[in-house]
Design a protein around this ligand. Sequence first.
Ligand code: SF4
Length: 259
Amino acid sequence: MLSKLEALRPKKRLFLGLLLAAEFFVALTLYAAWRISYLGLEKIFEYLPAIVGAFLIFISTFSFGAVCNMVLAIKGLPTLKLFHRYSFAIIKFLFPVAVRIGKIFGIKRRQIEGSFIAVSNLIFMKSNIKVPAQKLLVLSPHCLQLSTCPHKITRDPNNCKRCGGCNIGDLMKLSEELGFTFFVATGGTLARQVVKKTRPQAVLAIACERDLMSGIQDVYPLPAVGVLNIRPNGPCNNTRVDMEEVRRVLKGIIKDDNK
Ligand code: SF4
């Protein structure tokens, strides 16, 4: 497991580096806006430039602190709980800027999203989250189902006949073996509805980079870990998942009743 995490290190650096660059860029833009509006603000109220300036310094310092907190979490050092709550809100705000900065350096959005998932998964694992199997929800995308399969599994995955044609059957078998709730979601809205209905304590989501990126942020503050799907036929068509990886991640999350 550790060797795999080690292998992911450059990816994590990419996301955090771009996030810090975005942070710096936004802080600089805010400073420029403050300087330009200084005289106008002063005309409204003598102390307004100082009040606005102090507020901008506060939010810039706070979001910088949140990014640094993620770096500490990845390094396995103690972190401040205060920042955890706001981390994903800050990522959501800074991510479009990070993508634009990445574009200048020829870095693709998918690479940045993949790096985000690596960071998010590592923070999840370092948090040592353990939940009973019954309180764990595993979500998979519809494209994991064999496109020629006639069985409708999106409302009820139990309709799967476990014929071995795709990984849906493997996931059904695993859910019966381990006891977690398994659901196939056709999109973010349905995924959110399932989360609301089943009230899990943690989520394992299988999806592509883009859907995992938004899904992990959408279910926050619920802890979520992502496993990337494999796309030998291109996106959204007869995708696969590494069942060994799913099993390994599940082993790390599910609480052993005997302990
Ligand atoms: S494993 Fe289930 S979902 Fe996949 S092709 Fe077979 S019956 Fe269909």
